[in-house]
Design a protein around this ligand. Structure first.
Ligand SMILES: *Cc1c(COP(=O)(O)O)cnc(C)c1O
Length: 383
């Protein structure tokens, strides 16, 4: 056999790893809605599946694609990103200790704080962008999980994944990385030492703002933590539905195209507004001025993601007027779709929010970069 280079991920993702020869020639992977699977006269399963709560044939191709994209041993899809994260945290036991990031996806941090308090799990929230903070917070033998998000919402601070992994492992803990904003296009945390990668697949993986889904990818399926995660999905019933899984795989087939385009546009927007008189700060790890740039440049590739935040000179009122003046950007929460979104985070999070009230979070889509820049320029002129 002649030696061929293995294909790039773009190439097999485009086909969703689907083999038409194994599926009656169909070019598109199938959707199987059946909740239950029949047995023969001797009570042997006809296929391998039993019931759609523990495992679902429609999800398997999407899970295989994601596991391979992340370089993991196994991926599991969940009904939401929150369900996926909860499956990890609920694999812990009372008396265990968790180290998590102070600045991270808001709903997850709030749930985590309440859950750990109610279930007797110790929790330390740290500034994980400080490379020594995780090492200082872990407790040998007691800390079971370190949870970080990088780049993290909504400051896009960067966590050194390899350093966090070392600190976690030193204490005997597992490292889970929420890689929702980085996507496997830019970052492969398992290769840097993480044990579990988490995604809100609602965001860039699906990419079309029409599916709520979550995913976990494990480096090693044999770990006791992962065994309990898998049992949690089966027993808590947080599995993704087949139609959503089918749509998710359809979305992932264009992942590289969407994300590389959106990230390149995010970089253009960040550069354009970096020294703008009406912008107090641009938070984007692709800029040399961002405190996490050095680490990001080391552990991310082919771009720095499609998320950035602008701090508007003039404070809360000015920021709200800029958001209100946009016509191309849609004013909505969430991120990772083909359409660009603008959001005043402090309004969404309420009075308790630690987010500066001059901050606008931008999720960049696939529109022409010039139109997005012009939209923001127009809205800024009015303040
Ligand atoms: C959206 C999001 C989540 C939660 O995911 P859902 O799919 O909304 O449940 C978790 N982490 C990050 C970084 C997110 O953006």
């Amino acid at each position: 056999m002649s030696k061929r280079k293995p294909p790039h991920p773009e190439t097999w993702v485009a086909k969703g790893l689907h083999d038409p020869a194994a599926d009656g020639g169909a070019v598109v992977p199938p959707l199987q809605p059946s909740t239950t699977f029949a047995r023969d006269a001797d009570y042997r399963l006809i296929g391998g599946d039993v019931y759609q709560r523990p495992d679902s044939p429609t999800l398997r191709p999407a899970e295989d694609v994601l596991a391979r994209l992340e370089g993991g041993a196994e991926a599991l899809l969940f009904a939401s990103g929150m369900a996926a994260a909860a499956a990890v945290v609920q694999a812990l036991r009372p008396g265990d200790h968790v180290v998590a990031q102070r600045t991270m996806y808001w709903s997850l941090r709030n749930w985590l704080v309440g859950f750990c308090r109610d279930w007797g799990i110790g929790l330390d929230l740290v500034d994980a962008a400080d490379p020594d903070a995780v090492a200082r917070a872990v407790r040998k033998g007691e800390t079971k999980l370190v949870w970080v998000e990088t780049p993290c919402n909504p400051t896009w601070d960067v966590v050194d994944i390899a350093a966090a992994a070392e600190a976690a492992h030193e204490a005997g803990a597992s490292l889970a990385v929420d890689s929702t904003s980085a996507t496997p296009v830019h970052s492969r945390p398992l290769e840097l030492g993480a044990d579990i990668v988490h995604h809100s697949a609602t965001k860039f993986l699906n990419g079309h703002s029409d599916v709520v889904a979550g995913a976990l990818v494990a480096k090693d399926t044999g770990s006791p933590l992962w065994q309990r995660v898998r049992a949690n999905r089966r027993d808590h019933g947080g599995i993704l539905g087949p139609f959503e899984g089918w749509l998710l795989l359809r979305g992932m087939r264009t992942l590289f195209l969407r994300v590389t385009r959106a990230s390149a546009t995010a970089m253009k927007i960040a550069r354009h507004f970096e020294r703008h008189p009406k912008i107090a700060a641009v938070l984007y790890p692709g800029l040399e001025s961002h405190p996490g740039h050095g680490t990001a440049a080391m552990q991310m590739h082919d771009g720095f993601g499609a998320m950035l935040s602008l701090r508007v000179a003039g404070g809360r009122e000015a920021a709200l007027r800029v958001a209100g003046g946009c016509e191309v950007f849609l004013r909505a929460t969430s991120l990772g779709g083909v359409e660009s979104l603008i959001e005043h985070r402090a309004s969404i999070e309420g009075p308790e929010s630690p987010i500066p009230d001059d901050l606008l979070r931008l999720s960049i889509g696939i529109e022409h970069p010039d139109d997005l820049i012009a939209d923001l320029e127009r809205a800024l002129k009015a303040v």
